[in-house]
Design a protein around this ligand. Structure first.
Ligand code: HGY
Ligand code: MN
Ligand code: MN
Length: 416
């Protein structure tokens, strides 16, 4: 397929305006967003995205997991589409660009093709994947995981949030449950643009990350059970302090991750303490240990040492402990041809670039199991993400979307 001309560029001002417009929906308290999946704010963001897609001449498909598919026709209706997208849901204290840049960058490609009246052989489908974040309903990348056949829809529908609300019921409630069978769509390829969410590109002064791999992820939910009792009148030797047990386990998690430096990481971001009262020794603590590494054997070692070490800590303290694997995926190697299309696009457009392993998980990590997939990354300020202060520049957003544009239309094939 002929490579698109160097002069084909997207409209960075229009992209930035759309990012700022979407950011008004589900505002945070410190300049970011709280547009969690299947909330009324998520529904509002979906409605705006659907309006923009229809204004751009797309037809919208919706599957039974709420995944949205805005299709721009190609000249060959039988050709499998090139998909391009990410997610509109955010963390509770999320930024304006995590996920959103990849969805609205896909829309900007369609808008730019319309402006230039360019036709492609393969249709192009801009996608919003439901519940990428996995905050309200674990695990992360839930709907792209069902699409890829990793999870069953029934299991996904039964996932509960902290208030006991179920995914399936909430999807119905917000009115975004479609009829399409999830996973029935076949793809020619899928591309996802995402902010790096780490410090490398900015520190090295690179415009573009050519994502060759994604590191693997493991979520283990740990439940430590002791005995609620009075913080004042219970003698120290009599205590069964689940909170202290958790503290010692989290120290172990940190040591395990450091033992596999420089690549492995480990922490717990979700912690529930019961009864969480100032003058009651915690009788139960539930927390999720998040381990990641590009090397599967390292992930397996960290999981094993967590279970062994935490069991010993709790035995020594007279506490009970239980483990549940609540999420995870093996390290990912993206499709070499799609990665080459990204790298060639950056070269052609004159953007500085470097190969990168994604530190965060993305929908592309699951879709890579069912279609040739690759990712484009742009820098973010101080590498900060999952924080309302997440920031990028218009230039970075434009460069990333230009590269996405060229990779997508080179793969979809321009029809002269
Ligand atoms: O957890 C992740 O890596 C992604 O941000 N959901
Ligand atoms: Mn994301
Ligand atoms: Mn995220």
């Amino acid at each position: 397929m002929a490579a698109p001309g160097e002069n084909l560029r997207i409209n960075g001002d229009r992209l930035w305006d759309s990012l700022m417009e979407m950011a008004k929906i589900g505002p945070g308290v410190a300049g970011g967003n709280n547009r969690q999946t299947l909330t009324d704010e998520d529904a509002e963001g979906r409605t705006l995205f659907e309006k923009w897609c229809e204004e751009a001449g797309c037809t919208m498909g919706l599957d039974t997991m709420g995944n949205m598919f805005a299709r721009r026709e190609g000249t060959d209706p039988e050709a499998l589409p090139v998909y391009v997208g990410s997610h509109l849901d955010t963390q509770p204290t999320g930024g304006k660009y995590d996920g959103v840049l990849g969805v609205l960058g896909g829309l900007e490609i369609v808008r730019s093709l319309n402006d230039m009246n360019i036709k492609t052989k393969h249709p192009i489908v801009v996608t919003n994947w439901t519940n990428e974040e996995g905050t309200r309903f674990a695990p992360a990348m839930l709907a792209s995981g069902v699409f890829a056949g990793v999870h069953t829809q029934d299991w996904a529908y039964g996932r509960e949030d902290a208030e006991g609300k179920r995914f399936g019921a909430e999807l119905e409630r917000i009115g975004w449950k479609g009829d399409e069978e999830v996973g029935a769509r076949k793809m020619h390829a899928m591309f996802e643009l995402h902010i790096e969410q780490g410090p490398i590109l900015e520190a090295e002064g690179k415009d573009i990350g050519v994502v060759t791999h994604g590191q693997g992820l493991s979520w283990t939910q740990v439940t430590v059970t002791g005995k609620d009792s009075h913080t004042g009148s219970t003698p120290m030797p009599m205590r069964k302090n689940a909170g202290l047990g958790m503290a010692r386990i989290l120290e172990l998690v940190d040591q395990i991750a450091w033992s596999h430096k420089p690549d492995a990481v480990g922490a717990a971001g979700h912690i529930d303490v019961y009864p969480n009262s100032r003058n009651v020794i915690p009788g139960k603590v539930v927390f999720t240990v998040d381990f990641r590494s590009p090397d599967l054997s390292v992930i397996e070692d960290m999981e094993k040492r967590l279970r062994e070490g935490a069991s010993q800590i709790c035995a020594d303290m007279g506490l009970d402990v239980a483990f549940e694997k609540t999420g995870g995926f093996d390290p990912v190697e993206f499709d070499k041809d799609c990665v080459a299309a990204v790298r060639n696009a950056a070269e052609r457009l004159g953007y500085s670039h470097r190969d990168l392993i994604s530190g965060a998980g993305h929908d592309a990590c699951w879709i890579n199991q069912v279609a040739p997939t690759a990712m484009v990354m742009c820098p973010c300020v101080d590498g900060l993400s999952h924080n309302e202060a997440e920031e990028i520049s218009k230039e970075w957003a434009t460069a990333g979307t230009d590269v996405l544009f060229h990779a997508v239309i080179e793969t979809a094939g321009i029809v002269e």
